[in-house]
Design a protein around this ligand. Structure first.
Ligand SMILES: *Cc1c(COP(=O)(O)O)cnc(C)c1O
Length: 371
């Protein structure tokens, strides 16, 4: 008989001991308004195009895919030119399996042991996970009461921490608030003062939903070799299941990501799906317009009922404030509406759905919160 031992069976890295995998609840209810997906499934002509191109790709699956996926990067550059009016070379684009993986590449290249990444709460809850996965020290400042960034506080923090990476979501999740270009430029100026260099990442996962007049950080790329602007096909593009995130930056920054990526990380199937969907960008953009209108109307509706609502440039709305937000969340769920209990205490976040889904949410909220 072997003596009982206290030695662990698995040599877990200390930082993941007892940590649960990240993820929002995936519950089977009629109204899924919790993870900011596009509520509209791809249209039949998009499905047909994707299926045809996947069939062609399938016929070549004995071979490894194009490691540098230049054709896809060209298509992404063309899309951004139309969407944001910013002209980029394909060498300035990078893509991976969701912007989650793009972020991981960034931290693999620019973070790591002995280095620091900073961000400002409340923000995307995955950021500390990218830092943990790459053994990068994680430091979190705070946004102001209205969820804006105090540029003096950011500059002080950057000077104190000397990070190699600053992560900013704009529009931010879970608040929906976007950063003015002057704020991003102030952060870039602070980053320029870090002796070892500092990459500023602006996560524009919700960029397409920004209101008229809200700029994209893409416009700042020409002047800033240490800026990376990340985007995704998961949200506005309605392609969360395809897993395609991408980034725009100076060619030298992109070259660093090519070093840390695993070879052939983007399958031929993924490349085919993304390229087929990108051909339908104009139709998708029209749909984004209607989601934006739906969002603006929802903000007005919530405010008219006396609730506090953060300005939103995204496809979701953060609202409150509730003494017992969990009871509100549960009450909605009991009525078949799943939203997200996230953000500072008292707030809840709801994704913009179809008009029918939004109506179901409103009806349920009126009952639960006695509006
Ligand atoms: C949803 C979301 C993403 C997108 O992640 P993917 O991996 O591309 O699906 C990125 N950043 C933020 C802030 C998000 O909310």
């Amino acid at each position: 008989m072997s003596a009982p031992t206290s030695r662990p069976v698995l040599p877990l890295r200390p930082e993941i001991v007892g940590v649960a995998p990240y993820g929002a609840p995936q519950l089977d209810v009629p109204y899924l308004l919790n993870v900011n997906e596009n509520p509209y499934a791809p249209a039949p002509d998009v499905v047909e195009d994707i299926a045809r191109d996947v069939a062609s790709a399938a016929a070549t699956l004995n071979r490894y895919p194009d490691r540098d996926f230049l054709a896809l990067r060209e298509d992404l550059a063309a899309y951004l030119a139309t969407e944001s009016g910013v002209t980029l070379a394909p060498e300035q684009l990078w893509a991976a399996n969701g912007s989650n993986e793009v972020m991981l590449h960034l931290l693999q290249a620019f973070g790591g042991p002995g280095r620091t990444a900073v961000s400002f709460a409340p923000t995307y809850s995955m950021y500390p996970e990218y830092a943990r996965a790459t053994s990068t020290t994680w430091v979190e400042g705070r946004r102001a009461e209205d969820f804006s960034l105090d540029t003096a506080a950011v500059a002080a923090m950057v000077a104190a921490e000397q990070p190699s990476v600053v992560l900013l979501a704009s529009p931010n999740n879970p608040t929906g608030t976007a950063l003015p270009c002057e704020t991003v430029e102030a952060v870039l100026a602070a980053a320029a003062g870090v002796p070892g260099g500092c990459v500023v990442v602006v996560d524009e996962a919700y960029g397409e939903f920004r209101r008229t007049g809200t700029p994209s950080a893409l416009e700042l790329l020409p002047a800033h070799p240490n800026l990376a602007v990340s985007r995704t096909m998961s949200k506005a593009f309605g392609l969360a299941g395809a897993r395609l995130g991408y980034l725009a930056a100076a060619p030298a920054l992109v070259d660093a990501l090519r070093v840390v990526r695993l070879p052939y990380h983007l399958s031929a199937v993924t490349q085919a799906v993304a390229r087929a969907a990108l051909r339908h960008a104009p139709a998708l953009m029209a749909q984004v317009g209607s989601l934006r209108d739906e969002r603006d109307a929802l903000v007005v509706w919530l405010r008219e009922r006396g609730l506090t609502v953060a300005d939103s440039d995204a496809n979701f709305v953060l609202f409150g404030l509730f003494d017992d937000r969990h009871a509100v969340w549960q009450g909605l769920l009991d009525r078949g509406v799943l939203i997200r209990e996230v953000g500072p205490p008292g707030w809840l976040r709801v994704s913009v759905g179809t008009p029918e889904e939004t109506a179901a949410f409103k009806d349920a909220l009126v009952e639960v919160a006695a509006l």
